[in-house]
Every structure is written in structure tokens, then in C-alpha cells.
Design a protein around this ligand. Sequence first.
Ligand code: NCD
Ligand code: ZN
Length: 352
Amino acid sequence: METLTLTRPDDWHLHLRDGVVLKDVVHWSAARFGRAIIMPNLVPPVTTTEMAGAYRERILAARPEGSAFEPLMTLYLTDNTPAEEIERAAASGFIHAVKLYPAGATTNSDSGVTDIRRCDNALAAIAEHDLTLCIHGEVTRPETDIFDREAIFLEERLAPLLARHTHLRVVLEHLTTAAAVDFVRQGPERLGATITPQHLLMNRNDLLAGGVRPHHYCLPILKRERDREALIDIATSGHPRFFLGTDSAPHARHAKENACGCAGIFSAPLAIELYAEAFDQAGALGRLEGFASHFGADFYGLPRNGDRITLQRQPRPIPKALPYGDGHIVPLRAGEEIAWSLTDDTLAPEAS
Ligand code: NCD
Ligand code: ZN
């Protein structure tokens, strides 16, 4: 049987939620990843160092016994985030990034930024204190076509932002287009990007052809096949500014299978396996370790993990649903197979 051993990977973009569901979600990531950048789009959003510290404690308490999984916390940027809050965040040692959601762009982004220029003081403090700015890169004008929102953001918002803040370290999150790949590749060394498994493995036909598939709906929305190909090319190229960020975003089954379903794909139970499948299909398994385990840590200025995980080419069925609080959640590939498995993984029994 073919196996693949890697330095333990990290997830540079992860939603864990809060409260009763935390325990149902954290263990999937903890079994695979050493660390994860934890998104702050809770209700209410994590806007202060104090809130981030309390959330971090709840995540640590929800880890499986003996787990060393480390949540790397983020602050939610608003129009009114004071520079002093950024200073406190940097001094905490546990906050590594600040997240910019354009107001209204996605799940729980109502308190996000309405005009990036209002944040210039906070952005200057992020650069000064050597934190990273993570960006959900989509414009939010209702009249802008949902498939164009990322590409327009690049020239209209991101280019001027990078020009105004010449020392700011920026991660453009969850790239979905060939345009974004080009923008980041041609950008400065201080500009990095994460790529999700769904955008490497699926295009918009997987969302819309032959019936609407709500479990394939996420933001930014899946794009064309030629965009997917550009993402595969760059992810498997060994370029050190493109790295793993799952954007695993759990929503209960009823919230997804709904007349107005939530955006977010739950990939945590098979996250590294999905990337292995994508890299394998591209004939580039040898490049997975850099993308998954080295480049993100290097970009954030953190040490690489010291331990390793082993994957085997062994198809494994994915349950149709998994426990999630009082209800259930449907993971990506539910009821289907994944081509790779983690050697010491045990999937919880099928929920229903
Ligand atoms: C995320 C969520 O549900 O929190 N949803 C998603 O589709 N990716 C928010 C986000 O990252 O856009
Ligand atoms: Zn996200």
C-alpha cells in the first residue's frame, strides 16, 4: 500500500464556531493539523483581545484529551477598531492575525468594514506590530455579479490597500479565480494566499449542474473549470506564498438544506485527505508537504511543526452525516469515498 508521510500540516483558515458544537468540530482538525488560524466571525464577532482570549480557552477545553492542537487566534476588524486594540492583540502572544471582512460579504460579516480607508490607523498598527491581515477578498455591492466579486476586489480594493500600507503582511484568503492567482503571484513578497480543498477539486458545475447542491455552496462561490485549473497549477507548483487554508465552515444540516441555505462547506473530517487527492490527481504528491506543512508557517514567521502524520492510499467511505450539537452536519463527500486516509484516524459512527 502506498503511504505518504508529511511534517504535520497547519490549517491557515478555519471556522470552529462556539458553544455546544465546538466539541463536535474541533477533534477533526486536531487529528490532522498542528495549528489553525481561527476565524473570528462568531455572534457577536471577536473584536477584542479579551474576547479572543476567552474563545481560545473554550477551544482548548474542547480539544480531545492529550491533543496539542494550537488555535492561533484572530481579531475581527471593524470600522472602529482602535490602534490600541491591535497593540493589545500583538502583546497577547496568542493573536496572530486580524481578519478583514467587507461588511455583508459572507456569514456573520455585518459588523465588517464598510470602507477600508477608515481602518488606516488600525492597519498601520497591524504592520507596526508584525501581525498579519487576512482578507476576505470580495466586493459587496449588491449589483455586482457574484462570480465577479473576487476579481473586482483585487484591482479596486486590494491594489490600493497594498500601495497605501507598504509594510503590511497580507493573506488573501480562499482564492477562487485565475485572476487572483496572477495578482498574488505578481504581488510583493509580503502578500500570501490560502487555497481551499473545494476550490481545488470542484467547479461551479458541481454546485449547479443537474440540481442545486447546497453542500457545495460556499463563499467565495465555486468558479469555472479554468479557474480551478489555475489553482491546481499554482498549488502544486511549489510557490512558497500559496498555502493550505481549508475554510471548513460548519453549518447544521437544516441551515444548509433550506430555501435560503447558508454559505460554508464542512471539510474538516477529511481535510488533508482531500488535498492529497487533489495533488495526487495532478501527479504532484511530492509537492504536498511544502503547501500543507511548510509555506504557511514560514509566511507567518512561525516554526514548522516537529511531528509528522502519515496518509495511505486507501479509499474510505464518508458518513452521510455526523453529530453536531443536538442535530447533524453533512461533511463534504457525504455518502461517497475519499481516496486517501489518515493511518490513525477513526471516523465517528454514521449519525443518520
Ligand atoms: C464562512 C462561514 O460560514 O463562516 N462561509 C463560507 O462560505 N466560507 C465565512 C467565510 O469564510 O466566508
Ligand atoms: Zn472562512
